[in-house]
Design a protein. Structure first.
Length: 318
């Protein structure tokens, strides 16, 4: 008896399948086309400026000629790792970002858990809304408010210190990094906890009722139900925090440095240092090179962070 072999039809490749889908839905493509063109124009065309970072020097007034005539070089990339000003800014950036991850990130989770334990949902949501209000203030406004409170001569807090016999403190000068962390928490704690609060609220309440019947106390419910239930959100937010570890909050630090111009170099982060170079010392090539390296570090940190979270928490972005 002869065996009949039926050949399976060959599956089309990925690109052929996508092309087939485009032809099938060509009417929809015309609606998406403007968005694609705008993305290419404003998202990808400017990326051609990366070439500036690999040129010896760029004159802002004659950049096109310099791009065509200046030789390619990697000296600006090397300078990033040896320039003492860059190393100082990098150190400040890492200190602020790491402390934010170690303190600010766990506080958002703790706040979300505490709010979820309030028996009256309307009350917990009201508290969350109140805590989120500072997030809608711009950083110049926030810095201005706290500058008035901490002002050396007329600030409320310094007046209280002086009335109690203490020595007045110039907080923005003496405790700059600590104030950066504190203001980040004050402004963003409520907003940062929204993701975790929403994730907790989506957990089926029957699990908690069953755990309570089995004799689990509140701490055990949080440990074995709440935390595992929001683990995917924790993983996502942790990876995003690690990805932007070289950011450290440009808007905030730039606004705070305007109050202590003498500390601009000592307390600068990478973002403010790049801004200073771009405005005060128009070294376009070096500025672009630093931005490129910062972006590459962010990509590497995202991959490393995703691998770490996948190994430790069993969750990942992909």
């Amino acid at each position: 008896m002869t065996e009949v072999i039926v050949k399976q039809p060959k599956k089309p490749g990925y690109f052929k399948q996508q092309l087939k889908n485009l032809k099938k839905n060509k009417a929809i493509v015309f609606f998406v086309l403007p968005a694609i063109l705008l993305t290419l124009l404003f998202g990808y065309v400017p990326m051609t400026g990366i070439i500036f970072g690999f040129k010896k020097s760029i004159d802002p007034g004659n950049w096109f000629y310099d791009v065509l005539t200046q030789p390619f070089t990697a000296e600006h990339m090397v300078k990033f790792f040896v320039d003492p000003r860059v190393l100082t800014a990098l150190k400040n950036t890492l200190i602020i970002s790491v402390i934010k991850i170690l303190i600010f990130f766990p506080l958002t989770i703790i706040l979300a858990i505490l709010l979820s334990e309030i028996k009256r949902p309307a009350l917990s949501k009201l508290i969350l809304i109140i805590l989120c209000l500072p997030n809608f203030l711009s950083w110049p406004v926030v810095v201005g408010i706290w500058n008035n409170l901490l002002n050396l001569d007329s600030g409320l807090i310094n007046n209280l210190i002086g009335n109690m016999g203490g020595e007045k403190v110039y907080f923005f000068n003496e405790y700059f990094k600590g104030l950066v962390i504190f203001l980040s928490i004050w402004k963003g704690l409520g907003w940062g906890s929204i993701y975790f609060y929403a994730a907790i609220m989506s957990i089926d309440k029957e699990y908690y009722e069953a755990a309570e019947i089995d004799g689990a106390n509140k701490f055990q419910q949080i440990r074995f139900l709440t935390v595992p239930g929001i683990l995917p959100v924790i993983a996502l937010q942790l990876v995003m925090n690690i990805t932007y570890i070289l950011d450290a909050g440009f808007d905030q630090v730039y606004a705070m440095l305007s109050l202590v111009p003498t500390k601009t170099d000592d307390e600068a982060i990478l973002g403010t240092f790049i801004m200073k170079l771009a405005l005060e010392e128009p070294d376009v090539a070096f500025t672009v090179a630093m931005s490129v390296i910062q972006g590459l570090f962010a990509l590497v940190l995202m991959l490393v962070g995703n691998t770490f979270v996948k190994k430790k928490l069993g969750r990942s972005l992909w």
